[in-house]
Every structure is written in structure tokens, then in C-alpha cells.
Design a protein. Sequence first.
Length: 304
Amino acid sequence: MRFCMELVEKIDRFKRERNAVILVHNYQIPEVQDIADYVGDSLGLSIQASKTSADVIVFCGVYFMAETAKILSPEKIVLIPDRKAGCPMADMISADQLRKLKEEHPRAKVLCYVNTTAEVKSECDVCCTSGNAERIVLEAFQDEDEIIFVPDQYLAEYISTKAGRDFITWKGYCPTHVKILPEDIERKRDLHVNAEVIVHPECTPGVTRLADRVLSTEGMCRYAREADVQEFVVGTEVGILHRLKKENPDKYFYPASERAVCPNMKLTTLEKVLWSLEEMQHEVTVPPEIIQKAKRSLQIMLDH
Ligand code: 13P
Ligand code: SF4
């Protein structure tokens, strides 16, 4: 405990010296969430990155999120405490693969989930997150006949049903969310008969169909705060339970599956955050020509 306090004090000191801001995703370990200047989902983190006045952004999440911060604030120094913190889903489609898909469907406009590399973003027309995908499809693609939506097949399927549009999809998926099974939801419902089931749209259709609500991680936090509901079964990465419990100490939250752990999100520790600030490591860089193109698709998203 004392060790942890010392680390937090040192992090605070370096943060002031460097004029840094610490942005933290909802899936990070509790100690890291607790030192955040801002904790949120991909959309909220993108907005924060685009408007911060800090000189340095320490991004506690996965690589594509830190890259997104760099694209939106290219003049800032963006640091990721562990360079190996990647997102397997984002790596399921390369820019070459997307270019080939575009050649096969020359009339299609491209929507890409923010869980993609900077290079893939530079090849797409508009970006979206789990929190705004339906709205983006309805508002930015209303005049389009053909839409390519990559890389998450399950998010695409869910949004297709909600927005009433067909997509040309890719076989990407989140290895963490597919661990949540329909049987898990059924078992937890039986165990907690008064609970509402909230799940992330990266879950498989068999799971989203059984849920009461399908929400982004920030959507879950907002709903848990505002709803007149006492108990929730939560179908997403288990790291979010810390924030849900902290913000709602009188409510009860149960993970849909204890197996839904994203190993990449757990790589960031307080020690690594401190070293990151102390040594200004590991700097996230994106080639200027990629920034220029990828920023357009992110900016369209933020303008909606
Ligand atoms: P959110 O944008 O809902 O936080 O989701 C990000 C993510 O990586 C989910 O696995
Ligand atoms: Fe990527 Fe899934 Fe981890 Fe989110 S939970 S960062 S989509 S692997």
C-alpha cells in the first residue's frame, strides 16, 4: 500500500513537470484507473485527446487508441507505457487487405471501427466506435448504396440489425468478447433474477440477442448510474467492474464471464506509467501522410 502511494506521488510529480495528462481506458487495472485524469471508452478518449492542452499524453489502453490520440493531436508527445499492448482485433485486417476489398467493391464507402491501425484508418472514409456506430451509419452513410464495415463482424451484424442496413464485412472479432457465451448469460440470469443484462456489441449475436441492453463501455457506466436498477450482469471485459462498483457503491455488478479478460489491457501497471513519464518512453509515432488521411475519417466521426 505504502509502495503504491509512493508510486502515485512520483507519477504526480512527473506529470506536473512534463505537463502531461493520463488517459485511461475502462478495461485497465484498478490502480491505473485510479490515477487517471480521464477514464472512458474509445470515443471519450478520442475526444479528450483532441482537446487537451497538455504537452504529453500518457495513454493507458491499447496501441490503436494511442495512435488515435497521436492522429488527433499530432503536435503532442503521445506515450504508451507498454509498447506490446496491442489489440488482436485491430491486427486482423491490414491496409493491403482493405485496399483489395475496396478494389472488389469500387462503389462502396468504407466505415471502419476505431479498433484498426492508423494505416487502415487512412484507407477508410469514416471511423466509428461502439458508442456511435449506429448514429454514424444513419447520418453519414444515408445516401450510400454499398457500405464496407471492417473489421468486427459481430459489431457489423449488430449495427446492421439496428440501422436496417447491409454491410460488406470482414471476419474480424475480439478474442476476449467471444469468450462470453450464451450459456453464461443464461446461468447468470438464473443466479441473479433481478439483474439487468448489459453487454458490449463486440459480443457474438447469440449473446447480444439475450441481453436487455447493448452498450459501449461508457454507455454501460452511464446507464448503471442513471437507471433505477440495482443489479447488473455485465457482458464485457471484466476491468470495467472496478469503475462500475466505484461509481455505484450501493449497486451490484456481476461479470457475465470471469474469462472475459483482455491480456493486452492488463499490461499497463503503475510502475510502467512512472517509467513512461520519467524516461518519456514509448513514444507513439505515425507517418505525417498517414496522419493527414486518417485524421479526416476520425474528424468526420467527431463532427457527428
Ligand atoms: P469501447 O469503445 O466501448 O470502450 O470498446 C473498446 C474496446 O476495445 C472494446 O473491446
Ligand atoms: Fe481489442 Fe478485444 Fe482487447 Fe478490446 S477487449 S482491446 S477489442 S482484444
